[in-house]
Design a protein around this ligand. Structure first.
Ligand code: HEC
Length: 201
């Protein structure tokens, strides 16, 4: 169970890039030093780029039915591989397909806020960095929104328009699947890069 640090003067959500200035409760946004920020952004871009590239190739090879096998197996592998010393990278969703991608309560509040901003037509920050305190110490988390593009709808859109093969494979592999019914341009989730903050005591 983690809780967000509420530091004096830093309460509220302030976008680090982009024009968003709205304030959801209990999120503390910080501006890490430029080396840390560059490292975290690099890790987020690496995962997002690696997945999109591999997914595009899998779709070209065998269409959505066989690309699901890629998503199911390789996405988790790529996510694990993206781990660097002290840094982990994963994907979360507003409604998830794989329970392993479930956001924690802090991430969920941030996703709900970003989804509301998106629905209201306001621009989202490219990424947001928050501080989260847990039993094992504090960590920085960079949260980068993921939006639904045209190609995503084959597996995350309206089930009525999905190919029967995709529907069957998803139903078999993900009995609790909630990651469908999205519309073009909607917030789908986020890439989260987490980095432990070393203890100073
Ligand atoms: C070929 C089908 C397919 C396509 C196309 C596809 N996805 Fe997925 N997506 C999946 C599957 C399967 C999972 C579950 C992966 C896992 O087990 O981690 C998933 C998981 C995710 C997750 C992690 C959260 C969750 O629900 O478990 C996000 C975020 C995501 N997809 C975004 C996208 C985006 C954005 C696109 C378009 C660029 C896209 N997907 C295209 C099948 C697909």
């Amino acid at each position: 169970m983690s809780r967000v640090l509420v530091a004096a003067g830093l309460v509220g959500l302030v976008a680090l890039s982009g024009g968003c200035r709205a304030r959801p409760p209990e999120a503390t946004v910080v501006a890490p030093d430029s080396t840390t920020l560059a490292e975290m952004r690099g890790a987020a871009g690496g995962l997002a780029g690696g997945l999109v590239g591999a997914l595009t190739a899998a779709l070209a090879r065998g269409g959505p039915d066989s690309a699901i096998a890629f998503c199911a197996d390789s996405a988790q592998v790529l996510t694990a591989r993206a781990q660097r010393e002290g840094v982990t990278v994963r994907r979360i969703g507003t409604r998830v397909r794989n329970p392993a991608n479930q956001p924690d309560s802090v991430e969920r509040r941030l996703l709900e806020h970003l989804a509301a901003e998106r629905s209201a037509g306001r621009p989202l920050p490219a990424d947001t960095v928050i501080v989260v305190a847990g039993a094992g110490g504090s960590e920085l988390r960079l949260v980068r929104p993921i939006l639904i593009a045209e190609g995503c709808l084959a597996c995350h859109g309206d089930p009525a328009t999905m190919s029967p093969g995709v529907r069957q494979t998803l139903a078999a592999r993900y009995p609790g699947d909630q990651a469908f019914g999205y519309r073009l341009g909607e917030l789908r989730g986020a890439v989260v890069v987490a980095k432990r903050i070393p203890r100073t005591d």
